[in-house]
Design a protein around this ligand. Structure first.
Ligand code: GDP
Length: 194
């Protein structure tokens, strides 16, 4: 997809702030600091539209980015950040539950994981949570530039096995540094926007 327009629309704290024009939504989830903002920025050719690493775990909002006036990327707050209070964690869980269980325009979720590591327990929980709601998942295995070419297949296999991914969900190696995987990622996203 050729991105010609992208803009930050709203930080929504509750469903009455979600956009109402019924455009398709692609959500993005991932552990804090995994590279989710960098992924969004690379996909839309912007340096810093999605904020990178300002305050991990602190943003308890759904951030809506309108792309080509055609669909939304919905950035979900990162998980797995240790210094989050129980109250904040519960608020996060409630927001996730509401959004993923009820959001009609949601077409698929991009789950961003680190290609260097075995997915964490939080990653597994997030994947299972999405599958519980029958949401298609595109797994982006980012930081591809940090491993050797010869390790890629082994790491992809480890990710697939650890998450027990369902047939139909794919793992796409990606780098926000080199833009490797960008076309494959857009192809996967577009399949859910048709
Ligand atoms: P977020 O908290 O998930 O939004 O993570 P960020 O996008 O802020 O990225 C966290 C850190 O990882 C930053 O220092 C980024 O520059 C770095 N990073 C993100 N993606 C990549 C990548 O593909 N390759 C490399 N080498 N570094 C990356």
């Amino acid at each position: 997809m050729k991105v010609t327009q992208s803009e930050f629309t709203i930080s929504a704290v509750s469903p009455n702030q979600y956009p109402t024009e019924n455009l398709p939504e692609i959500a993005l989830a991932g552990r804090s600091n995994v590279g989710k903002s960098s992924f969004i920025n690379k996909m839309i050719n912007r340096k810093a539209l999605a904020r990178t690493s300002s305050k991990p775990g602190k943003t308890q909002t759904l951030n809506y980015y309108l792309i080509n006036e055609f669909f939304y990327f919905v950035d979900v707050p990162g998980y797995g950040y240790a210094k989050v209070s129980k109250t904040e964690r519960e608020a996060w869980g409630k927001m996730m539950e509401t959004y993923f269980s009820e959001r009609e325009p949601l077409r698929a979720t991009i789950l961003v994981v680190d290609i260097r590591h075995k997915p964490t327990n939080d990653d597994v929980m997030m994947y299972d949570f999405l599958k519980h709601y029958d949401i298609p998942v595109i797994i982006i295995a980012t930081k591809l530039d940090k491993i050797k070419k010869g390790q890629v297949n082994k790491q992809v296999k480890l990710i697939k096995e650890t998450l027990s991914i369902e047939p139909g969900d794919q793992v796409i190696p990606f780098s926000s540094e080199t833009a490797q995987g960008k076309e494959a990622a857009w192809n996967a996203i577009q399949a859910y926007l048709a």
